[in-house]
Ligand binder design. Structure first.
Ligand code: ADP
Ligand code: MG
Length: 355
C-alpha cells in the first residue's frame, strides 16, 4: 500500500468511528461531531476521594456524574477541576476525565478509534500538551491533533483566519481569558490571563462578605453574576434576593442585592480583562492593528455573555466589538470544523501538534 492508499484506508475507518472535536475547557468540556453538532456538554469536574487522586466509581465519576455524587455524599469526596487555571493540576485526573468523555461519545456504537481534535488553553506547557495528547491516544483515539483555543474559537466564530487580514478574538472562559490576534492561519500575538468567570464569582463572594457579613457559595455567586451581573449599564437596573449564612450569627438569612453593586464588585476582574486586550493591541504589528479597525474584535466563551462586556471593550479600544453566535459552543464547533478541513489546514497550522 502506498501513502495514498493509507490515507483512503484512514478515510474508510472514519465511516466506522465518530471523529470528534473536543473543547477541553477550564469549566466545561464540549464534544462536537460533524453532522450531529454538540453531542456532549459537561462540567470539567472529577470526583475523587478526599486526599487522593483516585477517581471514584472506576474512573467514571466525571462531569455531571461527578456533580451528582458530590451532592449525595458530601464530606468524604471532593471535586477537582483539573484545568481550573488553564494549567493541568493533575495529569492522572485530567486523563481520566478526557478518557471518560471520549469513551462516552465514541463508545456508543463504534468499533474503531476516532480522530480527535482537542483545543487546549494556549498557556499550557509542552509537557502538559504531551499529557493531553497521550491521554487521548490511551483513550483510544486513532489520531490526535491539538489546536490552540483561540484558533478554534476564531474558526467557530467564522473569522477569516486563513486570510491575510488580522482578526482578534477574546475568549473569556471560567479560569482563563485568551486574547489573540490572528492572521494567515497563525497566532500573531496572544496572551492568556488567569482572570475570567471564576474571578467574577469570587469578587461577588468577597463583596457579600464585606458588605453584608454574609457567606455565599460559588454556585450562588455564579447565579448572581448571570442573573444581574454586568460590566456596564445596559437596560434597567434590577435586584435579586440572595440567601446565605450570616458570618456573625452563623445562621441562614436573606438579603437583596442590586445590579449596580454587583457591577461595582465586578469592576476589578473586568478591568484586568480590558487590560489584557489593550496590552495585546499595543503589541500588535501596525499593519495588523490597522486591519482591526475594519475587522474589530470578536468575543467568545461564557464570559462574553456578561452584560455590557462588549460595551466596555469598545470604550477602551475604540474598535467594533461583536459577540460570537452561541459563544459557549464556539470553540467546540471550531474544533469540528477544523477536523473537516484538516488535510487543507494542517500544513499551515503549526500549532496542531504531532508532539
Ligand atoms: N450569562 C452569563 N453571564 C456571565 N457569565 C456567564 C454566563 N454564562 C456563563 N458564564 C460564565 O462563563 C464561564 C464558563 O465559560 P466557558 O467558555 O464554558 O469556560 P471554559 O472554556 O473555561 O470551560 C463560567 O465562569 C460561567 O459562570
Ligand atoms: Mg473555553
Amino acid at each position: 500500500m502506498d501513502f495514498k492508499d493509507l490515507v483512503n484506508f484512514d478515510r474508510l475507518l472514519g465511516w466506522f468511528s465518530v471523529d470528534m472535536g473536543i473543547d477541553l475547557g477550564t469549566c466545561n468540556t464540549l464534544v462536537c461531531v460533524r453532522g450531529e453538532g454538540i453531542v456532549l456538554n459537561e462540567p470539567s469536574v472529577v470526583a475523587v476521594r478526599k486526599g487522593t487522586n483516585k477517581v471514584l466509581n472506576n474512573g467514571n465519576a466525571v462531569g455531571w456524574m461527578a456533580k451528582e455524587m458530590l451532592g449525595k455524599t458530601p464530606g468524604s469526596i471532593t471535586a477537582v477541576r483539573p484545568l481550573k487555571d488553564g494549567v493541568i493540576s493533575d495529569f492522572e485526573i485530567t486523563e481520566a476525565m478526557l478518557s471518560y468523555f471520549i469513551r462516552k461519545v465514541n463508545g456508543r456504537t463504534r468499533f474503531y478509534g476516532p480522530r480527535v481534535v482537542i483545543s487546549v488553553p494556549s498557556g499550557i506547557t509542552a509537557v502538559e500538551k504531551r499529557a493531553v495528547f497521550d491521554s487521548a491516544e490511551r483513550a483510544g483515539a486513532r489520531k490526535t491533533f491539538l489546536i490552540e483555543e483561540p484558533i478554534a474559537a476564531a474558526i467557530g466564530a467564522g473569522l477569516p483566519f486563513v486570510e491575510p487580514t488580522a482578526s482578534m478574538i477574546v475568549d473569556i472562559g471560567g479560569g482563563t481569558t485568551e486574547v489573540a490576534i490572528m492572521s494567515l492561519a497563525d497566532i500573531a500575538t496572544c496572551e492568556s490571563v488567569r482572570v475570567a468567570g471564576d474571578d467574577m464569582d469570587e469578587a461577588i463572594i468577597n463583596h457579600m462578605k464585606k458588605t453584608y457579613n454574609m457567606m455565599i457559595g460559588e454556585q450562588t455567586a455564579e447565579r448572581i453574576k448571570i442573573e444581574i451581573g454586568s460590566a456596564a449599564q445596559v437596560g434597567d437596573e434590577t435586584t435579586l434576593d440572595v440567601r446565605g449564612r450570616d458570618m456573625i450569627s452563623g445562621l441562614p438569612r436573606k438579603t437583596t442585592v442590586t445590579s449596580e453593586e454587583v457591577r461595582e464588585a465586578l469592576q476589578e476582574p473586568v478591568s484586568s480583562i480590558i487590560d489584557a486586550v489593550t496590552r495585546t493591541l499595543e503589541r500588535a504589528e501596525p499593519e495588523l492593528a490597522a486591519d482591526l479597525v475594519d475587522n474589530g474584535i470578536v468575543l467568545a466563551g461564557g464570559g462574553a455573555l456578561l452584560r455590557g462586556i462588549d460595551k466596555v471593550l469598545h470604550q477602551a479600544t475604540g474598535l467594533d466589538v461583536r459577540i460570537a453566535d452561541d459563544p459557549l459552543t464556539c470553540v467546540a464547533r471550531g474544533t469540528a470544523i477544523y477536523l473537516e478541513h484538516i488535510e487543507e489546514w494542517q500544513p499551515t497550522l503549526e500549532s496542531d501538534m504531532d508532539v
